[in-house]
Ligand binder design. Sequence first.
Ligand code: BES
Ligand code: MN
Length: 456
Amino acid sequence: MFDPVEKLKEFVRHPSISADPSAKEGMKGAREFVAGLLTSIGFSTEIVPTALHPIILAHRGGKPEWPHVIIYGHYDVQPADPLNLWQTPPFEPQIRGHRIYGRGTADNKGPLMTHIAAVARLLERRPDLPLRITFMIEGEEETGSPSFLPFIEKHKDRLQADFVYLSDTGIPRPDQVVITCGLRGLTLFDVVVTGSKMDLHSGLHGGVLRNPIQALAELCASLHTPDGRVNVPGFYDDVLEVEPWERAELAKLGQSEEQYREFLGIPAFHAHKGYTPFEATRFLPTLEFNGIGGGYQGEGTKTVIPSKAFVKISCRLVPNQNPEKIRDLLYKTIRERMPKDVTFELVDQHQGIPYVVVPPDRSNTPKDQSPVLARAFRAADASITEVFGKQPLYLREGGSVPIIADIKRVLGLDSVLFGLFLPEDNLHAPNESFDLNVMEKGIRASEKILESVAKG
Ligand code: BES
Ligand code: MN
């Protein structure tokens, strides 16, 4: 009998940090573990090399008239630092209460294991199930999936299917599931400012040049207005009005702003006027500083004028905003505003991740939605309602899953996004965990969903 919790523990023990070149062993371990697991439940499994981290493709074939679902997941995780803030080591999974702790438990090893377990149980019960299933599990999601587009372009023929199915998005409470119907896009780049060609003694040279930290701080401070908007001409030009059904659906979330504020531990919100915090994270684009550096970072003081300073910037983008266009607007604004007595470089970190809109768009249900996809959405709604005791909500999310837009564009496939992680799961942070009750219900619901898709 397939024990999903034991399997998840084993999976989490492999430190598969895609961003860390020294974590190659952990990446390989996680990959081989998943590939072995899928083989053991009857799939023909292949580890397909890419420019960086290989992708696992595992297939259960069948008759060509059977529906075909591609289940997506990622075996890589975020770096675990700061390590001193973990109560137990990140790669030594531990169960406390009804939660399993460890890096990647929620993002994305637990949710992926949910679907592997659902498939395992279903095929044990129905070995003759008329459903073709392909697992497509990548190892670069947390670094923006650079190998994924070339991979699907190359393997297009083998990836003909009816829809893609995954859990890599969130839910507000354990009993309230969300079917994610939109994701924000991203554009990511660094600004590196150079003053003098070497670090300087601030006594010998202070007062004759603009410190690159100051130049950068002045630039950064200019990029927002006091009332919380992004202060870049044209930034909001392509943003669409939110449709009334989306606001109404979000209102059903029934979350308290005060509780959210306390959860964040902030004295007050600072959001765009006219939007609640729950609307702002879903419906509006942002410009964030993800990291800033330059000069002396150690204990005590050092009287230095650094030669360089940098900032890492990312913008979350909403429907109808184009990542390249937004990046060009930002570059233009930065070039205009940067003081002329320093030099600087703009360094692209990614080619840009487009926003995603997934049916069902309730205001305008696409007529070309395939019967299998329509059935999958109906099955998801019914099975989730049955198992979790509440109908799912259809909400957009603020985060990004880089591959979803490419899958639609290149393979023509829509994705059914079954949310599973909770706000308290601490994704990308210390003490990440996953709720094992949610996992068990997720397995039951997913098993029913897949069985209904097969039925026809
Ligand atoms: N699982 C998340 C995406 C997510 C987070 C969706 C929160 C909905 C709500 C995913 O693994 C992730 O973190 N993606 C990155 C992509 C980036 C590294 C290119 C993100 O959104 O920052
Ligand atoms: Mn993820």
